[in-house]
Ligand binder design. Structure first.
Ligand SMILES: [Zn+2]
Ligand SMILES: [Zn+2]
Length: 252
């Protein structure tokens, strides 16, 4: 009964349509990453740390989105497993994500990773997806992260996903949560939201967008009425489509 009343109150407060989150003074502009959207080929290498990995269904879902918004040519490389001492995991990921090499890995792990990298093209359309049982901000170890898209990685695009935080998401299932986080981090590499009309500090103001920042009560209401935000909103989609339309113009 409590729940029904709760929903009714939320419904009355929210009405049927939800206005976007106000931009405040955090409006930002990004560029859609034409290199990825127009890539001849996108390569993916997955690294599982201590057995962490997403449900296959969720991974397949995010790859489908990746194909849909790019040129549909995605190569999935054979994934690798690394066993890393708990206290070194976070340091390894941050260090590696910022292109500072393989410190914090023992020789065996270094060998496994080096071998996998031999077939991975060194360019900005190769993604390394790291699945980890723990991930936090480097400056504040108490601040857990669900996922981090490293923008400054040099040879590859490195994205890390924290299995523990993703599986801890309230209300939704592991598969639902993984689908959202996997696709959300790819969206950061696509460069959406781009325009400052809906980009608030790097996230989308639309509550129905997979690039919305963090769940709040309004996004929960949105889920109740419109389902999970499994895709980009209309504005983000338009930006991705525009970038795709320009692909031909880049070729000489
Ligand atoms: Zn984000
Ligand atoms: Zn959006």
């Amino acid at each position: 009964m409590k729940y029904i009343l709760g929903f009714l109150v939320i419904w009355l407060l929210a009405g049927c349509t939800l206005s976007p989150k106000p931009l405040g003074d955090e409006a930002k502009t990004n560029f859609v990453n034409g290199n990825i959207i127009c890539a001849k080929q996108i390569d993916i290498l997955q690294i599982s740390i201590n057995g962490a990995k997403p449900p296959k269904k969720a991974f397949d879902f995010s790859i489908k989105k990746l194909k849909k918004y790019t040129t549909n040519n995605v190569i999935i490389h054979k994934s690798i497993n690394l066993t890393i001492e708990e206290s070194k995991i976070n340091k390894f990921i941050h260090n590696y994500g910022h292109s500072r090499g393989m410190d914090y890995l023992n020789d065996k792990n270094k060998g496994i990773l080096k071998e996998a990298l031999e077939t991975l093209p060194k360019n900005d359309t190769s993604f390394i997806m790291i699945y980890t049982p723990k991930l936090s901000s480097l400056n504040n170890p108490n601040k857990r992260s669900r996922g981090i898209a490293f923008y400054n990685s040099y040879d590859y695009k490195v994205v890390a996903y924290n299995q523990t935080s993703i599986s801890d998401a309230p209300v939704i299932t592991d598969i639902q949560s993984w689908k959202i986080v996997l696709t959300h981090e790819l969206g950061h590499h696509f460069g959406v939201p781009a325009q400052n009309t809906h980009n608030k500090a790097g996230h989308c103001t639309s509550r129905e967008c997979i690039m919305y920042s963090k769940p709040d009560w309004q996004s929960v209401v949105s889920v109740i009425f419109k389902g999970m935000p499994y895709d980009f909103c209309k504005l983000c989609k338009e930006e991705l489509q525009e970038a795709k339309n320009r692909c031909g113009a880049i070729a000489i």
